[in-house]
Design a protein around this ligand. Structure first.
Ligand SMILES: Cc1ncc(COP(=O)(O)O)c(C=O)c1O
Length: 451
């Protein structure tokens, strides 16, 4: 299951970034857009294998980010490399929007088996998470003949104009782009640790029902009549917003609202899907709750660009020409996705659950040790650690989080921030308990050095 590697610990042998890495960062500053939201530390990758990333100066990092939750099967898993190269030798492209090949129905059939949607489904293939979301938005508008959407504060669904109308995790994503392209109303996301309703700190999910009454009692009666709402777009575990899982009661209640008013429940599993949470989909943690439309990308292709929007077959009822993409459903990307799902089902989802529990227990011990760790949350290998000035006030400490992120990098551990003051753990799903021990030891040292 795990690609063999003898290396057990990071190796840092130059200043960071080293001379070769620095030259690449300098060229990047000259020729590449400055809009990428890169963290303070500068990781330059030359090659990567398993859970390890090597830079051009020979430094080797333990990767607990996986290219932002993408390299689910680890870097360059030999079975993925073989699937990609075998397919590249056979057929790279033909344009599935105009011609046929076996890959799209094969992946569609597999997704029909595993996605958390009742009844038969159909899939539309694209190239990214944002494109999968665009597909879902257009489909919901087309099918319901309605135009409004409900999204959540803190959500991230992409940066294309439609998806950006939903996105609300950071000001930088919106600044300069004037009005929303789509009619989207944002409501508070249920967050047990930083309650948006100031209802106290219950930690049992009951305050979070404020989200439901915000929708039903407030916006449905004012700005957003339910009969005009095409879809509610939900991250079951909010990703960029801080790795915050929604309580089951809220997820269930949102499903009921959708059923009552003929609204599409669009579940964004771009970051939380494909085994990341220890089940194939984050929605699978909420028994009995199913989506109308599910969006996937990131981890589904092990690094190949692919986005998928899967919907109930009778919802995907649009006319020929309504939506398509030249590269979407590319045979090489699909070959990688099919092999990824095989590896996930063959043990990596289970590994995500098992090593995730182990890593979470280690992080909880650090929470007991440090006053600055306010919350440890999440499932599987989608874990968030929120840094605060002190446990009593729960005031987010973004500066400390950023220092810890840098201190981890300097010690050879790659982790990445999200939300206001959270560090996300989203390692490749091949992570072992031994890898987790090394990561926890470095994290501990980095926190101690950053206070
Ligand atoms: C939940 C979620 N949806 C959508 C997207 C957008 O995906 P992409 O960057 O592939 O367009 C992201 C990216 O981080 C995401 O986390």
């Amino acid at each position: 299951m795990t690609p063999s590697t003898e290396l057990q610990r990071p190796i840092i042998k130059t200043e960071l970034p080293g001379p070769n890495a620095r030259a690449i960062v300098e060229a990047d500053a000259k020729y590449v857009t400055p809009s990428y939201p890169r963290p303070d530390y500068k990781l330059v990758a030359e090659k990567a294998y398993g859970v390890w990333v090597e830079d051009p100066d020979g430094n080797v990092f333990l990767d607990c980010n996986a290219g932002v939750a993408v390299c689910s099967t680890g870097h360059c898993h030999p079975d993925i490399v073989k699937a990609i190269s075998d397919q590249a030798a056979q057929l790279i492209h033909l344009c599935g929007t105009d011609y046929y090949y076996k890959h799209m129905p094969e992946l569609g059939r597999k997704l029909d088996e595993i996605v958390p949607i009742d009844g038969p489904t159909k899939s539309h293939f694209a190239n990214s998470g944002a494109e999968a979301i665009e597909t879902a938005l257009k489909l919901a508008m087309y099918h319901t003949k309605r135009q409004k959407f409900i999204s959540f504060f803190g959500s991230f669904h992409g940066r294309t104009l439609g998806a950006l109308s939903l996105t609300s995790s950071k000001k930088a994503q919106r600044l300069g782009f004037a009005r929303q392209a789509l009619d989207v109303v944002h409501v508070p996301y249920p967050n047990c640790y930083q309650c948006p309703f100031n209802l106290g700190k219950c930690d049992d999910g009951s305050c979070c029902m404020g989200t439901v009454s915000w929708i039903e009692d407030r916006i449905f009666n004012t700005t957003t009549p339910p009969e005009e709402v095409a879809g509610i777009v939900l991250e079951v575990v909010q990703g960029e917003g801080g790795y915050v899982p929604a309580p089951t009661e809220v997820v269930k209640a949102i499903r009921q609202i959708c059923d009552k008013h003929g609204i599409m429940l669009i579940v964004d599993e771009v970051q939380s899907g494909m085994g990341r949470t220890g089940k194939m989909f984050a929605l699978d943690h909420h028994e009995g709750v199913k989506a109308d439309i599910v969006c996937m990308a990131k981890g589904i292709g092990s690094g190949m660009p692919i986005g998928v929007c899967t919907a109930k077959a009778d919802i995907m009822d649009w006319h020929k020409g309504a939506h398509a993409s030249t590269f979407g459903g590319n045979p090489v990307a699909i070959a990688s996705a099919l092999k990824t799902i095989e590896l996930l089902e063959g043990g990596l989802v289970a590994n995500s659950a098992e090593v995730g529990d182990y890593l979470k227990a280690g992080l909880e011990k650090l929470k007991e040790k440090y006053e600055c760790i306010g919350d440890v949350r999440g499932m599987g290998l989608m874990l968030g650690v929120e840094f605060v000035t002190d446990k009593a006030s729960r005031r987010p400490d973004a500066a400390l989080r950023d220092r810890i992120e840098m201190a981890c990098f300097e010690r050879g551990l790659i982790i990445l921030g999200c939300g206001t003051s959270t560090i996300r753990w989203s390692p490749p799903l091949i992570l072992t308990k031994e890898n987790a021990d090394v990561a926890l030891e470095i994290f501990d040292e980095a926190i101690a050095a950053s206070m």
